[in-house]
Write a protein that binds this ligand. Structure first.
Ligand code: EPZ
Length: 443
C-alpha cells in the first residue's frame, strides 16, 4: 500500500497516545514459539505490518496464529510445522529481514529451511554474513539457491559452539540464541548485543525452559536443552516509537503523554532529550514529553549499541535539532547510510550537511570509506511544507514530524512503510491535533 497523506503543519502536537509492544522484539518472540510444539501467547502486541508478515510466514509453515487486535493478544500453535517453498516465503516476507531468524527453529523442528534473499530498510548494506557464519559454526550446511535465497540443513542437528561477534549485532545475537537453546551442549557468545529487546527475548526463552546467562562483558552463555515448552509473555513497550513521539513534541513545541513508555529502556534518550532542552515527567503509566518554551539547544551526538544512544532514535531527533539554536553534530556509527532522509528536510528549509568523516570520538567502521555517516545541522531553520517521498521506516516518520513542524502544506508519499513499525500512526496524530488527511490509497 503506497498511500499519500496531506499534512497542514505548524500546529503543536498535544495530547495522550498509547504505545504497545516493541516492533523489534515481538516478531522475534513469535519466531521463538516455533521452538516448541506447545502453544504460546504473546501480549501487548501492536497492530503493525511486521507482525502481519511474521504471522503469514508462520502460517506458511503450518503454524496456527490468531490475533485479538483490541486485547493485543497473539496466540501461536506450532504443534504442526511443515516446510515452505522459498518462493512463497520470499513473496510473503517482502522487505522484512525476519526470515533469516527462522533458521535455528526450523533446523531444530525440520532439519532444514528455505530462506529467501532479505530486504529491510535502505539504511546500509544489511549483510547477513554474521548469521551465516554462526549457523555454519553450529554445524549447518548452507547452499545458495540459483533462483535466489539459501537452503540450509542440519541432518545431524546443531552442536553448541563458541562464537565471537565482530560487532554487537542484534540480529546475529538473536540468531545465536534461537539456534543454541536446543543445540547439543553449551554455546558461548562473546561480544553480544544486550539491547532491552534481546534481554526480553531471553526472558521468553527462559520461560520456555532454556538456560541462558548474560555476563557483564557482553558474553552470553547458553546450555542446550532437549525440550522447550510454550510461553505466556507480555512484550516490553516500544522505546523507539516512544522516542519518536518525544521528538515530535520537541519539533512542534508540543506536549505528548506516551502511555506505556518506561524510563529504564530510555535512560540515554532522556538524557539527550533534556540536554536539547526538552522536558519530561516519568509517571507510573507512561512518560510526558514536552517543549517547555524558549530555545532548544544544539548538541554533539554519537549513536551506538546499547546502552548508547540508539541508531533508531536519531532520525526523529534530527528534525528537532533543525529547530535548535546553533550547530549540532550527529555521528552515526551503527549504519553506514542512515542520513538519506535529510535530503527532504533540506528541501523544506533545513540546513544539514553530510560528511564522510567520523565527526565524533567513537570507534567507527565507516571512517574514510565512502559513507556519508556524519551530519552537521545548523539551526534554528524555519521549515516549509513540501512534497516528499519517504525512504525508510524511521526516516519516514521523521518526514511526518518535519511536515507537522513546517508551515504550510506537505504531501508525504509512501507512508505505507511507516505502518511497519508505528501502530495506527494517523489515528494517533489526529488524537494529538494534527491536521492530516489520507488523500490517496493505491493498493
Ligand atoms: C535490528 O536490526 C533492528 N531491526 C534495527 O531497527 C536496529 O537499528 C538494529 O537492530 C540496531 O539496533 C530489528 O530488530 C527488526 P544489526 P539488525 O545486526 O539486527 C552489521 C528499525 O528501524 N551487520 O544490529 O539487522 C549491520 O550492517 C530497524 O526498527 C553485519 O555487518 O541490526 C549494521 O551495520 C532499523 N553483518 C550493524 O551490524 C551481519 O550479518 C548492526 O546491525 C549483521 C549485521
Amino acid at each position: 500500500m503506497d498511500s499519500v497523506v496531506r499534512v497542514n503543519g505548524g500546529k503543536a502536537l498535544s495530547g495522550r497516545i498509547h504505545v504497545r509492544g516493541a516492533k523489534n522484539f515481538v516478531p522475534k518472540a513469535m519466531v521463538a514459539a516455533l521452538l516448541s510444539d506447545k502453544p504460546s501467547e504473546l501480549r501487548n502486541v501492536p497492530q503493525i505490518s511486521d507482525v502481519d508478515i511474521v504471522s503469514g510466514l508462520l502460517r506458511l509453515h503450518g503454524v496456527e496464529v490468531a490475533y485479538d487486535v483490541d486485547r493485543g493478544i497473539l496466540t501461536i500453535d506450532p504443534t504442526l510445522v511443515t516446510s515452505a517453498q522459498v518462493e512463497a516465503v520470499g513473496e510473503h516476507a517482502g522487505s522484512s529481514r525476519i526470515p533469516i531468524l527462522f533458521c535455528g527453529p526450523l533446523l531444530h523442528r525440520l532439519g532444514q529451511a528455505h530462506i529467501p534473499d532479505l530486504g529491510g530498510c535502505e539504511i546500509g548494506g544489511r549483510p547477513i554474513d554474521f548469521h551465516l557464519r554462526i549457523l555454519e559454526e553450529f554445524g549447518a550446511c548452507i547452499e545458495k539457491q540459483e533462483g535466489g535465497g539459501i537452503h540450509i540443513s542440519a541432518p545431524k542437528g546443531l552442536e553448541g559452539t563458541t562464537i565471537r561477534l565482530p560487532y554487537p549485532s542484534v540480529g546475529a545475537t538473536e540468531q545465536t540464541l534461537l539456534a543454541a537453546v536446543q543445540a547439543r551442549g553449551k554455546t558461548e557468545l562473546r561480544g553480544a548485543a544486550i539491547e532491552p529487546e534481546i534481554l526480553d527475548l531471553i526472558n521468553v526463552l527462559q520461560k520456555m525452559g532454556a538456560i541462558i546467562s548474560v555476563d557483564i562483558d557482553r558474553t552470553i552463555r547458553i546450555e542446550g536443552v532437549d525440550h522447550l515448552d510454550g510461553y505466556v509473555h507480555r512484550a516490553l513497550p516500544d522505546r523507539i516509537e516512544a522516542a519518536s513521539w518525544a521528538s515530535a513534541a520537541l519539533a512542534t513545541r508540543g506536549d505528548i503523554f506516551v502511555e506505556g513508555a518506561v524510563q529504564p529502556d530510555m535512560t540515554t534518550f532522556l538524557n539527550v532529550f533534556r540536554k536539547v532542552g526538552g522536558a519530561f515527567e516519568v509517571h507510573h503509566d507512561g512518560i510526558r514529553f514536552y517543549h517547555p518554551g524558549g530555545q532548544l539547544h544544539s548538541i554533539a551526538l554519537e549513536t551506538n549499541v546499547h546502552p548508547g544512544f540508539m541508531t533508531d532514535w536519531q532520525q526523529p531527533l534530527v528534525v528537532a535539532l533543525t529547530q535548535a539554536q546553533g550547530i549540532s553534530i550527529v555521528h552515526e556509527t551503527v549504519y553506514e547510510n542512515r542520513f538519506g532522509f535529510t535530503k527532504a528536510l533540506n528541501q523544506m528549509g533545513a540546513q544539514i550537511q553530510l560528511y564522510r568523516e567520523c565527526l565524533g570520538g567513537l570507534e567507527c567502521r565507516f571512517g574514510q570509506r565512502n559513507f556519508f555517516h556524519s551530519a552537521v545541522i545548523l539551526g534554528p531553520t524555519p521549515l516549509r511544507g513540501a512534497d516528499i517521498a519517504i525512504p525508510d521506516l524511521r526516516g519516514g516518520f521523521s518526514h511526518l514530524i518535519a511536515a507537522l513542524a513546517a508551515s504550510g502544506t506537505s504531501h508525504v508519499s509512501g507512508i505505507g512503510m511507516i505502518s511497519r513499525g508505528y501502530e495506527n500512526f494517523i489515528g494517533k496524530l489526529r488524537a494529538l491535533g494534527a491536521d492530516i488527511d489520507l488523500i490517496d490509497r493505491s493498493e
